[in-house]
Design a protein around this ligand. Structure first.
Ligand SMILES: [Zn+2]
Length: 426
């Protein structure tokens, strides 16, 4: 059965032939990802490419460290063939994140499995960008070194950022909660990593977390979802009809700055009444504990601090429970607007919302009914992300990985070759 991506026939020019080659490498690599190990003969049959071409494409992919030979595949007709599979041990795609209170790194292997994840608490909002990016590069360097020791190399990096990100230029235009304006993050990170031989991209953290959420949904991924990040800022990743809604400059989804509360606190952006000023992590912590309480300590990991809040909620701490109730009330107001506008299949709450799910879920579902025009909230389901604070780094790594599947030539040759396979010659 031919691949759904279709085949391209070679044109006359060298550029055409390169395009065709790139496309066919992508077809073969994607077939192995989507359907598992299979012989060259079967790949040829399924993709509609001829056997000699498949054999050459497989050798090329192997030299890039992307596939290797596996066991013998017993064919129903003809003789058994050596099966080809994704090589999960030689390359990784990396996601990184700068957010309020931490920097983080996560690497995925070719099969999408997490190979390594690191996060360090850092008071990013009170440090200059150069210092924060230096810390991030240091963390990246230590992860790359660890992987290199077992023969694994990175093939792409996407840095997730909490604000208005221009993906084409790699510039973070504005991140009020970090107090950063016009920082050329991609260029800066690339320089700090000594100009690595792989692409360094940037993306909005909520958009990337939404992509991770689609992946986490598994087969039959929902085509309409909104992911809400739950950090000091609250961002929205909006997926409509299976596509991430980016807007004209890629700035869509800044739902944290919906002005929902005229008498509300001042937001990091300088306006009054923004949704994230009412439901962001700072709003929760300020209401839940006095200023000198350790839950405010930026040197402690955010998940540890939330575990302490959850412990107090479970113990019936009246101040913490009242703080969560207030969050819930305002969460429903903004969520109601989003559900009315987008009617998503799922509204997925990440970050700290997910950490406090037992206290947030029930009353949010109840409260939301009052804000949504369609009956039964238009069938929108409220869900909590299982990715916690890893959504954005994971989405960043997944995006870097997708680029490799779309264009395997982004990965350079390693100089290693597959043993010549007999059946490929026939
Ligand atoms: Zn704002």
């Amino acid at each position: 059965m031919p691949s759904s991506t279709g085949l391209l026939r070679a044109g006359s020019s060298a550029a055409d032939q390169l395009t065709v080659r790139r496309h066919n490498l992508s077809v073969v690599l994607s077939q192995l990802r989507d359907h598992g190990p299979r012989s060259r003969a079967r790949l040829a049959e399924e993709t509609g490419l001829n056997k000699a071409t498949v054999s050459s494409l497989v050798s090329d992919l192997a030299e890039r460290g992307l596939v290797r030979e596996g066991g013998i595949e017993r064919a129903t007709v003809g003789r058994p063939g050596q099966s080809i599979q994704l090589d999960g041990d030689r390359v990784v795609a990396v996601g990184a994140e700068v957010n309020v209170g931490y920097v983080a790194v996560l690497a995925l292997d070719l099969r999408g499995r997490v190979v390594v994840e690191r996060r360090i608490a850092l008071d990013t909002a009170h440090l200059p960008p150069a210092r924060v990016l230096g810390e991030l590069a240091g963390l990246l360097g230590s992860v790359v070194e660890l992987l290199a020791a077992s023969g694994v190399r990175p093939v792409g990096l996407t840095v997730a950022l909490p604000g208005l990100v221009e993906t084409e230029t790699g510039v973070l235009r504005s991140a009020p909660n970090l107090r950063w304006t016009d920082v050329a993050v991609a260029a800066h990170v690339r320089a700090l990593l000594d100009d690595p031989p792989y692409p360094v991209l940037v993306g909005n953290e909520a958009n990337l977390a939404a992509l991770a959420e689609i992946d986490a949904g598994g087969p039959g991924r929902s085509a309409d979802l909104i992911l809400l990040t739950g950090s000091v800022g609250v961002g929205g990743g909006i997926v409509a009809g299976g596509q991430l809604l980016r807007g004209t400059r890629g700035f869509a989804g800044e739902v944290g700055h919906l002005r929902v509360r005229g008498d509300g606190p001042v937001c990091g952006c300088g306006r009054t009444g923004c949704w994230e000023a009412a439901v962001g992590l700072d709003a929760l912590l300020t209401a839940a504990a006095p200023r000198d309480d350790p839950v405010h300590d930026p040197s402690r990991d955010v998940e540890q601090r939330l575990a302490e809040i959850a412990r107090r909620a479970a113990a019936g701490d009246a101040r913490v429970l009242a703080a969560i109730d207030e969050i819930d009330r305002w969460l429903a107001v903004g969520a109601g607007i989003l559900v009315n506008v987008f009617n998503p299949e799922r509204l997925v709450l990440g970050g700290y919302f997910a950490a406090l799910q037992p206290w947030i879920a029930g009353s949010l579902r109840e409260e939301l009914q009052h804000h949504v025009f369609a009956g039964a909230t238009g069938s929108t389901r409220i869900e909590f992300s299982t990715l916690g604070f890893s959504g954005a780094v994971r989405g960043g790594a997944a995006q870097a990985l997708d680029r490799i599947f779309s264009d395997p030539t982004l990965v350079g040759h390693t100089g290693e070759h597959l043993p010549v396979a007999q059946e490929a010659m026939t």
